[in-house]
Design a protein around this ligand. Structure first.
Ligand SMILES: [Zn+2]
Length: 121
């Protein structure tokens, strides 16, 4: 089981924070404007909860295709969806890079992934 631990993957996942996010994308006027447009379009409701027939106010705007992978879609309204805090946290737990199982699978199996647990980033 220990064989699944790859230090180089951890380094790679830390690296993603040094790009667009760190460059202040989320503080730009352009982002704030398009973020507001997304919320208005979605009636300030969490779209993920809505799909489950739940009405939850949206507090986050999420990039469907991640900013890191598709910086050109960063301000594309079609690439944005309004989410509540919890649903937004859930999107972060579906990592594109497969992390060592001891981090992922165990959490998912005991059901504690809904309790506000976050990745080390
Ligand atoms: Zn939600």
């Amino acid at each position: 089981m220990r064989a699944g631990y790859h230090p180089q993957i951890e380094r790679a996942s830390q690296k993603k924070d040094t790009s667009l996010k760190k460059q202040g994308f989320y503080h730009t006027t352009a982002w704030r404007r398009v973020r507001l447009l997304a919320l208005q379009r979605d009636n300030y409701l969490c779209q993920e909860c809505l799909r489950k027939k739940k009405i939850t106010p949206a507090t986050e705007v999420h990039h469907v295709l991640e900013l890191e992978d598709h910086p050109e879609l960063g301000l594309e309204l079609d690439n944005l969806t309004s989410l509540c805090w919890q649903c937004h946290e859930d999107t972060k737990r579906r990592p594109r890079v497969v992390l060592p199982d001891r981090i992922n699978i165990i959490r998912i199996r005991d059901g504690s992934e809904t309790e506000g647990w976050t990745n080390a980033d």
